[in-house]
Design a protein around this ligand. Structure first.
Ligand code: WTA
Length: 647
């Protein structure tokens, strides 16, 4: 197998707006370059220096102990995460500053100051202790996006329990498997949560899961919707009743820097979900530092990351990063299109959000719903936009910049993974000129490279495998209960260096362009094409909102290109459009990428975190799976749901 051919042509460059630059934490490319140079010439010195921004109860002896591929950061140091996120702000200048602004889907708004959140966290930490949870135990969290979810996470960190958050949209089976794999002792849940006007039956799912979870002894239930739920005597307790009785004083437990902070299950592209384990000190440091510099976070910001706490983005950039920096973080419970497609924009306007961080899948949905929805609202409070989760197609990036950012806000396209814990490749908004579709340059202390199959750098403009060459503080420490799988999955392919599983290209300016998962690369007549680049060519057509491209085995070419296309609202999907799109891709990329087949779809199959399920589309393209009548507009999201149940 050769490397990956890159065909994307994108020449637009957007320098940081001068107004933004003047006030930014990092103000110029030179300043970034100087600090980056320092950070990679002496990473341990750099991180040790930065670690002084956290509050430690015992100073570490050494910044890094590296027995590849096992890392320990801030060896023998001790700290408490909740003390860093709460107590020091309460003791310092921010006791009455709003920590969390929360909006429920039905429309209620709650604000919690740092002092209030600290009391809530201490109370719940005492509740956990009262129910027998000790340092080192695992606690499951299966909750809607409500402030209690953040409080529950922070309470775990206060006493040294390792949390295991399961996305509230997952099924009872997923809860069962994750609780069993992590041997959780207790689960925190709610009677339900609101999603698109309906109630998600969280407690019922927990009840079903617990039929086969012998380690779970207690369930704490937050009353959110008020619907009737059965409570099992001796096992289930109400959050509000426990909290009433609990003391609001709870000293933070000093924890070893390497203490396991959380386990988060990620399925990646194949196989059984892996319990990614993160540490305390290194994780918090890189999360806090990236939040400050990537989002240029200031005291007066209203920062909104739309991720659910069930994903790593919710852990790092809804809860821990913003709170560690003393920021105001906005949480929204529900769907982006409830009651209408402008819900997000009404939230931005109502709370005067200044920073907005979301996923490409959401941006492409907004683009499809049309400009009229954001146009109904005053979005001038926004000063910075961000994206994460998938490669963003340049045209979706341009739309985001123009319609949401008013051509005024820089966009930070942040590349990272559940495994990396924190942002790794990203623009710094006041320093690094952006190019649509590129994550630009590495964050401080991060040493990525694009290599060929033998692990040799491929050089500028060539596609290859994205690797990280040096350990970083927020890296995963292992796969829970399966260190062999940790080694096998990430450190075997290129011995001693971390393989991300993604394809990428570095351009002549050293900018990284992520080309998608290497498992999705398509071999067409000797060319190895990343899916993102062909999809971007399709999305650059004014009638296309979203596209996914997969290969279908073909005797002549190796693979034929099958493109699944979601047209923009109001577009007729017909033979004429098919012909037009084929011609468009040829014009954008060249004849080698001419689509063999274009199939129009109402919706693409996505994982619950919004990533396109190309594996499933490959089966559909190869005729292994069908959904009813395929002559009209298809809807594969149904199939995605079926497939998920099987897993
Ligand atoms: C993809 C989410 C391109 C990538 C934080 C990665 C991206 C996987 C980007 C991790 C980006 C994430 N540009 N691709 N800015 N961000 N990805 O574990 O394939 O849910 O390996 O972590 O998402 O997804 P995960």
């Amino acid at each position: 197998m050769s490397d990956i051919d890159s065909v994307l042509k994108e020449a637009r460059v957007f320098p940081p707006p001068p107004e933004f630059q003047k006030k930014a934490h990092i103000k110029s490319l030179d300043e970034y370059r100087a600090l980056y140079k320092r950070s990679v010439e002496d990473p341990e010195g750099f991180w040790a220096e930065q670690a002084a921004t956290l509050e430690w109860t015992r100073k570490w002896d050494r910044a890094l102990e590296w027995n590849a591929p096992f890392a320990k950061w801030f060896v023998n140091g001790a700290l408490n995460l909740s003390a860093n996120c709460l107590d020091r702000h309460v003791a310092g200048p921010r006791p009455d500053k709003t920590a969390i602004i929360w909006e429920g889907e039905p429309g209620e708004v709650r604000r919690l100051t740092y002092a209030e959140l600290l009391r809530e966290v201490c109370r719940f930490a005492n509740v956990l202790k009262g129910l027998g949870v000790k340092k080192g135990d695992r606690v499951g969290i299966y909750m809607p996006m409500i402030p209690e979810a953040a409080a529950a996470m922070l309470a775990c960190t206060r006493i040294g329990a390792t949390h295991n958050v399961v996305f509230g949209g997952f099924s009872a089976e997923a809860v069962r498997d994750r609780m069993n794999d992590s041997e959780a002792k207790l689960i925190v849940t709610a009677d339900g949560g609101y999603r698109r006007g309906a109630v998600v039956p969280l407690k019922a799912n927990v009840d079903a899961a617990l039929a086969a979870c012998p380690t779970v002894k207690h369930v704490v239930v937050v009353k959110r919707t008020g619907q009737d739920v059965p409570m099992q005597a001796g096992r289930d307790v109400w959050w509000h009743e426990q909290m009433e009785k609990a003391s609001a004083e709870c000293a933070p437990e000093p924890l070893d820097s390497e203490h396991p902070l959380f386990i988060l299950y990620t399925s990646g592209t194949t196989g059984k979900p892996k319990g990614v384990v993160h540490s305390t000190g290194g994780y918090l440091l890189q999360v806090a530092l990236t939040t400050k510099y990537v989002f240029d976070l200031k005291d007066e910001d209203v920062y909104w990351c739309t991720a659910d706490i069930g994903w790593v983005t919710g852990h790092s950039y809804v809860v821990y990063g913003p709170l560690c920096n003393g920021g105001t973080t906005l949480m929204y419970e529900g769907a982006p299109n409830h009651p209408g497609p402008d819900r997000f924009w009404s939230i931005v306007e109502r709370h005067k959000a200044t920073i907005f961080y979301t996923a490409p899948t959401a941006i492409r949905a907004f683009l499809r719903w049309g400009d009229q929805w954001p146009k109904k609202h005053d979005l001038t409070s926004l000063r910075l936009l961000g994206t994460v989760g998938e490669p963003i197609n340049p045209e979706a990036w341009m739309w985001y910049r123009r319609v949401i950012g008013g051509d005024r806000c820089p966009i930070v396209d942040t590349w990272w993974q559940t495994e990396t814990g924190a942002i790794m490749i990203t623009p710094l908004p006041g320093a690094i000129p952006t190019k649509p579709g590129s994550g630009t340059l590495p964050f401080f202390g991060v040493v990525p490279e694009v290599v060929d199959k033998d692990g040799q750098p491929v050089g500028p403009e060539a596609g290859g495998y994205l690797v990280i060459q040096k350990p970083w503080p927020s890296m995963l420490r292992t796969i829970y209960g399966d260190p062999e799988r940790y080694v096998e999955q990430y450190w075997k392919r290129f011995p001693g260096i971390y393989f991300t599983g993604d394809g990428a290209r570095k351009d002549k300016d050293g900018y990284f362009w992520i080309m998608g998962r290497v498992d999705d690369v398509i071999n067409v007549a000797g060319h190895r094409l990343g899916t993102m680049e062909i999809e971007s060519a399709l999305v650059s057509h004014p009638k296309v909102a979203e596209a996914a491209v997969v290969g279908r085995p073909d005797e002549l070419k190796g693979s034929a290109l099958v493109c699944f296309v979601t047209p923009r609202s109001g577009t007729t999907a017909d033979e004429a459009l098919r012909t037009e799109l084929k011609g468009h891709v040829v014009k954008e990329i060249g004849a080698l990428a001419r689509p063999d087949d274009i199939r129009f779809t109402e919706a693409l199959p996505k994982t619950r975190s919004g990533k396109i399920m190309r594996r499933l589309l490959r089966d559909i393209a190869a005729g292994k799976a069908t959904v009813g009548d395929t002559t009209t507009l298809e809807d594969y999201s149904v199939l995605a749901k079926l497939r998920e149940e099987e897993e």
